[in-house]
Design a binder for this molecule. Structure first.
Ligand SMILES: C[S@@+](CC[C@H](N)C(=O)[O-])C[C@H]1O[C@@H](n2cnc3c(N)ncnc32)[C@H](O)[C@@H]1O
Length: 280
């Protein structure tokens, strides 16, 4: 019979193995002080799968060729929490400062780089259509996440009606379809909005696929999970994907101070790549 000490040692080993796996695969900071989080978030997972320990669960995730176990793991370790028009200051800044620069552009490529279930890219698409009208014709939003589960939900563009601001402003209603019958209580994003958004899987800690340069990148509320060196690497990779004068938006709780990057600080959680046109 294993005694309490050997059980604890084996649990500690499992936690260390998982912290390493989460770092290697996703760049996650699950080091010192996060042992409880690993145990509480993953305790059920390995038991549900009939495995004997966290170490066995790590081995299972590493050997799974489908990628499903990795998705399940990232979903358990990070949160997919998001909402429509989250951190509204960014939307105010877009309207006041950035959109005037984008009027008349033939192409406006935007990247929502950890888009979760789609609320962020759809909020951007709706804001572009509402504010730029015909000038939004060249806008396209690449919306990516590491989790195929949230991407599948995002692609449907179907949300519970409570997901939207209450009371719903009349202008917002123009872009949404209210469900009827068995879809009562659900709202579908209209095709003219969905047409602007395309979804795909990108792991931000791996070398990025070859992409066009973006006029703006939203990478909000994901870097908070990364170790500082990983954050620096991700910010620099994103910076390289911005056109001169392009904007990087990070979450308001994610400071880039102490990180070496070549971007100009504009206002909280908002950075700009030097060059390009400036607003007056
Ligand atoms: C809290 S949500 C943020 C959603 C949205 N950007 C917002 O601010 O509302 C964080 C998202 O980051 C994703 N994520 C975590 N690690 C990632 C990685 N290495 N690469 C890409 N996405 C990742 C998660 O799957 C999750 O959907």
């Amino acid at each position: 019979m294993p005694n309490a000490r050997s059980l604890r040692e084996s649990a500690d080993k499992g936690v260390q193995t998982m912290a390493r796996l989460a770092y290697d695969q996703f760049g996650l900071d699950l080091g010192e002080g996060k042992e409880g989080l690993i145990e509480s978030r993953l305790g059920k997972k390995w038991k549900q799968r009939g495995l004997a320990s966290l170490s066995e669960y790590c081995a299972f995730v590493e050997s799974d060729q489908t990628g499903q176990a990795l998705t399940e793991l990232i979903d358990a370790l990070t949160t997919n929490h998001t909402s429509f028009f989250r951190e509204s200051k960014h939307f105010d800044f877009l309207k006041a400062t950035v959109f005037p620069l984008w009027r008349g552009r033939r192409e406006i490529p935007i990247w929502s780089a950890a888009c979760s279930s789609g609320e962020e890219p759809y909020s951007l698409a709706i804001t572009l259509l509402e504010e730029l009208g015909a000038d939004a014709a060249g806008a396209s939003i690449l919306a990516t996440d590491i989790s195929t589960r949230v991407l599948a939900a995002a692609g449907k563009g179907l949300y519970a009606s409570e997901s939207f601001p209450r009371p719903m402003p009349a202008w917002l209603g123009k872009y949404l379809l209210r469900g009827k019958g068995s879809y009562e209580g659900w709202i579908q994003i209209k095709p003219e909005v969905r047409r602007l958004v395309r979804f795909g899987q990108v792991n931000l800690i791996q070398p990025l696929p070859k992409m066009q340069l973006f006029a703006a990148i939203f990478c909000r509320n994901v870097m908070i999970y990364f170790y500082r060196p990983t954050q620096e690497q991700v910010v620099n990779r994103l910076g390289a994907c911005l056109e001169p004068g392009g904007y990087l938006f990070v979450g308001h709780s994610e400071s880039l101070s102490g990180i070496e990057h070549g971007l100009e600080y504009i206002c909280p959680a908002t950075y700009r790549k030097p060059g390009g046109r400036r607003s007056r």
